[in-house]
Design a protein around this ligand. Structure first.
Ligand code: FES
Ligand code: FES
Length: 155
């Protein structure tokens, strides 16, 4: 029998009906709420591309169950900004043309946003550490680091 779970996603309280409330938060975001910013990569907590903010902390949405996210504040890539009004971090990634295929960028932007919320002027080692969970198979790491530095200068 389907179960209702309430979530606070991008500032809106929504209810999803699911068969298994223990399923990963990622599935509810993508399949029930059509939020495609968080991506499915490995499904095993090893690539970072599913990252979201949960009560302002970055988490891997493929590893957190839907029930654990209930009553917490979830922010996805869509909640940071929009194509018309990107967040400073999103704009910096555009300005530095940090994407090649773009698959890793959700995780990169979520982790960079969490870093800059706490550390206004991060060093390169601090940026690398914050993005260490995010795998980029295209190798655009230098541009990504420059994008985070650019966003930090804007903040
Ligand atoms: S899909 Fe979550 S870490 Fe890879
Ligand atoms: S830009 Fe392709 S995986 Fe990072």
């Amino acid at each position: 029998m389907p179960t209702s779970v309430s979530l606070d996603v991008n500032g809106r309280v929504v209810t999803v009906e699911v068969d298994d409330p223990g399923m990963p938060l990622l599935y509810a975001l993508r399949d029930n709420l059509q939020l495609k910013g968080p991506r499915f990569g490995c499904g095993l907590g090893q690539c970072g591309t599913c990252a979201v903010l949960l009560d302002d902390e970055p988490v891997l949405a493929c590893e957190i169950s839907l029930t654990k996210a209930a009553n917490k504040k979830v922010v996805t890539l869509e909640g940071l900004g929009s194509p018309e009004k990107p967040s400073p971090v999103q704009q910096a990634f555009i300005d530095e043309q940090a994407a090649q295929c773009g698959y890793c960028l959700n995780g990169m932007i979520i982790h960079a946003t969490a870093l800059l919320a706490k550390t206004m002027n991060p060093t390169i080692p601090e940026i690398k550490k914050a993005l260490a969970d995010d795998l980029c198979r295209c190798g655009t790491h230098l541009r990504i680091i420059r994008a985070v530095q650019r966003a930090a200068r804007r903040a």
